[in-house]
Design a protein around this ligand. Structure first.
Ligand code: NAX
Length: 326
């Protein structure tokens, strides 16, 4: 039998964890021939709930699930991990300042990065989902000097999928007919969903929608979709976030087709994004690694919005630097 792939999920007892673990165990992350061993990392208070989820995983009798470990220290949680999905994070509570939020998350993602550095497998790939995802990924990466920088990603695939769906509905086209859409920048309200290189059933999207719709409807709808879900559901996105994490890792490991997707990866300076910032780009994956799609023309409409989101990311990086978190 093929050696199982060790997949660590933090925040495993949370709502995204609950939507994610069954998809991984059923083979949707790595394919129908790859056995997985799940490592559920939780805080001690949530271990009992994680045990309940593990019981349900057992009860699915997934043929590909080679084992489940429940762990409450980063060192144990990342031991031997090939893939790590960092979902657990400290949410912003009422009255919490940005500095407090970054500091609380620094206390989570710094030690997790160090544990990944010291104990994960050499092929480790890390996807940060917990917010503020881009900066949490940067913190973890900065605590893992022995791991190649490009192994730390943050998730903007949910934003990408939301944008696909909005453009599909506006143009009355199936999502499968839309290609080359991009989310740029931060996974936050400043993110920029860009349709200027997208095609809809082979036609340029910019011929089918106008700038007023983009500025006043599409961009705010995509950027504020998380809040709209909370309003409607009384809880934040969970199944769609888990689905996006599966999409991201599946493409990262298995490769993309001709169309590109969006992922927040360390900048190499492309498109004027300062090197090292973990920013969302148009990306393709081949041979297990992402490549930023090069040579796209960036018009004034896009430039201003990309710059604004990147400026926010640079501000978060400077703030965690000042707090001594990186
Ligand atoms: P929940 O509050 O349901 O679950 C979070 C879980 O993380 C809890 O079980 C908690 O015990 C655990 N946890 C906290 N600190 C931990 C630590 N140090 N080690 C291990 N586990 C820890 O939140 P959920 O709805 O699952 O959301 C998780 C994170 O995803 C949040 O930060 C949320 O903001 C973020 N999201 C990110 C999205 C993205 O597109 N990047 C979209 C969805 C979601 O909002």
């Amino acid at each position: 039998m093929t050696t199982p792939v060790n997949v660590t999920v933090t925040g495993a007892a949370g709502q995204i964890g609950y939507a994610l673990l069954f998809r991984i165990a059923s083979g949707q992350l790595l394919g129908p021939d790859v056995p997985v061993r799940l490592r559920l990392l939780e805080i001690p208070q949530a271990v009992k709930a994680a045990e309940g989820t593990a019981m349900e995983l057992d009860d699915c009798a997934f043929p590909l699930l080679a084992g489940i470990d429940i762990l409450d220290t980063p060192r144990a949680g990342f031991d031997g991990a090939n893939i790590a999905l960092l979902v657990g994070a400290r949410p912003r509570s009422a009255g919490m300042e940005r500095g407090d939020l970054l500091e609380a998350n620094g206390g989570i993602f710094g030690p997790q990065g160090k544990a990944i550095n010291d104990h994960a497998a050499s092929d480790i790939r890390v996807l940060v989902v917990g917010n503020p995802a881009n900066t949490n990924a940067l913190i973890a990466q900065q605590h893992a000097p022995d791991v190649p920088v490009d192994r730390f990603n943050a998730m903007t695939r949910l934003d990408h999928n939301r944008a696909l769906s909005q453009l599909a509905q506006k143009t009355g086209t199936p999502v499968s007919q839309i290609e080359n859409l991009t989310i740029w920048g931060n996974h936050s309200a400043t993110q920029y969903p860009d349709v200027f290189h997208a095609t809809v059933a082979g036609r340029p999207a910019s011929e089918l929608v106008d700038e007023a719709w983009l500025a006043e409807d599409f961009i705010p709808t995509v950027a504020k979709r998380g809040a709209a879900i909370i309003d409607a559901r009384g809880a934040s996105s969970a199944a769609s976030a888990a689905n996006a994490a599966v999409d991201h890792v599946r493409d990262w490991v298995g490769g993309t087709g001709s169309s590109w997707t969006s992922a927040a990866i360390p900048s190499d300076g492309s498109y004027g994004v300062p090197e090292g910032l973990i920013s969302s780009f148009p990306v393709r994956s081949a041979n297990g690694g992402w490549e930023i799609v090069q040579g796209l023309e960036v018009n004034d409409f896009s430039r201003a919005r990309i710059d604004a989101s990147v400026e926010e990311l640079a501000g978060e990086r400077d703030a965690v630097r000042e707090l001594g978190l990186i």
